[in-house]
Design a protein around this ligand. Structure first.
Ligand SMILES: CC(C)(COP(=O)(O)OP(=O)(O)OC[C@H]1O[C@@H](n2cnc3c(N)ncnc32)[C@H](O)[C@@H]1OP(=O)(O)O)[C@@H](O)C(=O)NCCC(=O)NCCS
Length: 164
């Protein structure tokens, strides 16, 4: 049985042309920070990412790249049986090409191999693109954290995906 069928993902389309997914390294950080800054009103700092890279294996950080250009990344924490997804972003010019989906599928496969039984995340209520991505990967909404985000203040929707 292949890894993708083990986690019961919806029918798996091929990775977008030329996309390689691999673990995040220090030399990816300039590309990662460019995407982080264009994606969020309160971006993580370089130190924030460096700290996460030093926190392996609890932190699992990956990038998607096309040739040498970083076009997306995910940072997650595998803690006991839970994979918590903390950050997902794709470069503006590379969105809606399936890169977010491919990175999360990669991560969920590793989470299963690690023994995680569920994946969790928070998402801004108004972030319909991200919510659509997570729903396509069978995450469901299970709760709300009031005023979880700043700049602007907004509720988070808590989403969970079982990984049995
Ligand atoms: C959210 C984000 C990571 C999606 O990445 P992406 O690579 O564009 O997503 P994909 O191309 O893999 O799309 C996956 C699904 O989401 C849908 N989707 C993606 N962007 C969408 C948009 N703007 N509007 C509607 N649906 C969208 C796709 O159509 C696809 O669904 P489908 O299979 O039914 O067609 C990207 O928009 C992004 O980086 N946003 C800024 C950072 C952010 O908000 N991160 C999430 C924080 S919780």
């Amino acid at each position: 049985m292949g890894e993708s069928s083990q986690v019961g993902l919806y029918e798996r389309p091929a990775a977008p042309d030329g996309i390689i997914v691999e673990r995040m390294r220090d030399d990816h950080l300039p590309g990662v920070l460019r995407i982080e800054q264009e994606s969020y009103s309160t971006p993580w700092s370089r130190e924030g990412f460096t700290k996460e890279l030093e926190n392996f294996p609890t932190t699992v950080a990956i990038v998607a790249r096309r040739e040498r250009v970083v076009v997306g990344y995910v940072v997650a924490w595998f803690v006991t049986e839970e994979a918590h997804i903390g950050n997902v972003a794709v470069a503006r010019e590379a969105r809606q090409q399936g890169i977010g989906r491919v990175m999360l599928e990669w991560l969920l496969e590793r989470a299963v191999a690690h023994g995680c039984t569920c994946a969790t995340l928070e998402v801004r209520e108004s972030n319909l693109a991200a919510r659509r991505l997570y729903e396509r990967l069978s995450f469901r909404s299970v709760g709300r954290r009031r005023a979880y985000y700043m700049k602007p203040s907004e509720d988070a929707i808590v989403m969970v995906r079982e990984l049995a």
